[in-house]
Design a protein around this ligand. Structure first.
Ligand code: B12
Ligand code: SF4
Length: 445
């Protein structure tokens, strides 16, 4: 079968396309299917996307979706399906945790719940044989109009998966993305990534590749192209200290290429930082989220003190590691004084860079259910674009004006920091075409 994945970029060019499709493509290609990817830039018109699909003439249209991409995906799928009758399947976090709403929209025939490799292969094989899937024929594949299918256990060993199909990623200048694990054991209430744990149970979903398997992929990358920098995309690279203690020296010996990771401050000690730096770690992205310990502990379920955060940033910088802090604002019950606490903590931490995102309640997460129960979700919630710049919540302790004001403050601080460090600041790219597509679907449904 000839599959076309459409990767929908939002607001700017992604540094890479989806990791999920890169795993899926590697897996189904091994079994004889043909997989192509079209990266649809954020300003690509609907007509252009349709023309691309028409020229490629795939048998199956596939999309991997996060919530942020959902409204655009609806516009794109609607446009394509009005013109061509092509079976369309969506997978990823958004369809998995909003399945009925996804299948309820025009043009979405099938969705895949959760981990997709074996389910997608079964799907393609049966489509090839008979051209359609019957309800509950394939575990994980939910057919439009049918009831929820059963779900298979996740693959027991990630080592059995082929390495990602690199042509599905946008990797330039020898900068490679890697994942060593699936699942995250922490309980953060706002996080969509950890919801697979709820679906499968943490012990089933949390898996890490063997050290040899990870090193073999890196050796393979080095043999097949330039390899200058590695971004470990794992949610929290620093879980399982025993795995790390064994991995880092071997990595240093065999690969020794600079790398960056995502980490949670709770998992970091000076000793672990020494090991990371010794192996080549140059950059760590830490989720700080808020300066208010009340908000972090009671609402977000992130039990870490400001003191420990401060220490971790200090230890990292002392060792020459570049630090990025990620913050959220606009959580339910948050007050302006608590955002001030976040700004105050930021001034103490002094990271090299930071990200700041207005809270959005991702479907399936505990915070989504909390917001629903306490009347924070507007009636037209599903038709509002998730953009992380403004809040979708109603009746919150923070007004839209508060959010706007603080968002601007964060922007200003970041801009000043960039001007000071690099002498320039990159303006956000235009969002005209994207808005046109979102308005189109908002108007026509
Ligand atoms: C790496 C990463 C990125 C990278 C690459 C993005 C990517 N799509 O790969 C970059 C830096 C670009 C990025 C950007 C952003 N990200 Co991000 N990112 C991640 C991260 C940490 C890992 C993704 C990963 O490696 N997945 C591993 C693969 C194997 O898993 P998977 O994607 O779920 O795919 C499997 C199944 O879902 C299924 N499947 C997936 N697609 C399909 C399609 C079909 C047809 C089928 C059959 C099956 C199928 O099969 C796959 C293989 O088993 C995740 C957290 C996470 N653990 O998922 C967050 C995450 C996806 N990101 C998130 C967010 C919010 C963002 C940003 C909005 C951040 C921001 N504020 O700007 C942007 C926008 C992303 C977007 N596309 O809309 C959220 C999404 C929540 C949601 N419900 O939408 C996540 C879940 C983190 C979180 N906080 O909860 N991100
Ligand atoms: S540590 Fe990160 S990936 Fe893990 S549950 Fe919390 S926010 Fe999600």
């Amino acid at each position: 079968m000839r599959v076309l994945f459409i990767e929908l970029e939002m607001e700017r060019e992604w540094s890479l396309a989806s990791i999920g499709p890169a795993f899926l493509a590697a897996f189904v290609r091994k079994h004889g299917h043909d997989v192509l990817l079209h990266r649809s830039a954020y300003d690509e018109s609907l007509e252009k996307t349709l023309a691309v699909v028409q020229s490629i003439q795939p048998d199956i249209l596939a999309l991997s979706l996060t919530t942020r991409q959902w409204l655009r995906a609806r516009a794109v799928v609607k446009t394509i399906r009005q013109a061509i009758n092509i079976p369309t399947i969506a997978g990823g976090l958004h369809p998995t945790f909003s399945p009925e709403s996804t299948l309820g929209k025009f043009g979405f025939d099938y969705i895949c719940l959760g981990e997709g490799e074996t389910a997608f292969l079964d799907f393609l094989n049966i489509m090839e044989q008979k051209g359609y899937i019957s309800p509950d024929e394939i575990p994980n594949i939910w057919v439009k109009g049918a009831s929820r299918p059963s779900v298979r256990s996740p693959i027991s060993s990630l080592n059995d998966l082929p390495f990602m199909a690199r042509d599905m990623l946008r990797e330039k200048h020898g900068v490679a993305s890697m994942t060593t694990q699936r699942g995250c054991p922490f309980p953060c209430t706002y996080c969509a990534a950890r919801m697979y744990n709820e679906m499968y149970g943490t012990t089933q979903y949390g898996r890490r590749r063997s050290i040899n398997n990870v090193l073999a992929e890196l050796q393979h990358l080095r043999q097949t192209g330039p390899l200058n920098y590695i971004i470990f995309q794992d949610d929290t690279f620093t879980i399982q200290p025993k795995w790390l203690r064994e991995f880092l020296p071997q990595y240093k010996k065999e690969i020794h290429i600079p790398f960056s990771i995502n980490a949670r401050a709770e998992t970091i000690s000076p000793k672990m930082l020494d090991q990371l730096v010794d192996a080549g770690c140059k950059h760590i992205i830490y989720g700080v989220e808020s300066g208010s310990e009340r908000l972090r502990t009671d609402i977000m379920k992130r039990n870490v003190s400001n003191k420990h955060l401060y220490d971790v940033f200090r230890w990292s910088k002392e060792r020459g590691v570049i630090t990025t802090a990620n913050y959220m604002l606009g959580m339910p019950t948050e007050t302006p004084a608590e955002i001030e606490e976040t700004l105050a903590l930021h001034h103490q931490l002094q990271p090299h860079d930071f990200g700041y995102f207005v809270f959005y309640p991702y479907p399936g997460t505990p915070m989504y259910h909390y917001c629903k129960k306490h009347g924070y979700l507007p009636e037209d919630f599903e038709d509002i674009q998730a953009n992380h710049r403004s809040s979708v919540l109603v009746n919150n302790t923070l007004t839209d004006e508060d959010i706007e004001e603080y968002y601007q403050r964060f922007t200003h601080i970041r801009k000043q920091g960039f001007l000071k460090q690099y002498g320039q600041y990159i303006d956000e790219a235009g969002r005209k075409e994207l808005h046109r597509q979102i308005e189109y679907i908002a108007e026509t449904g």
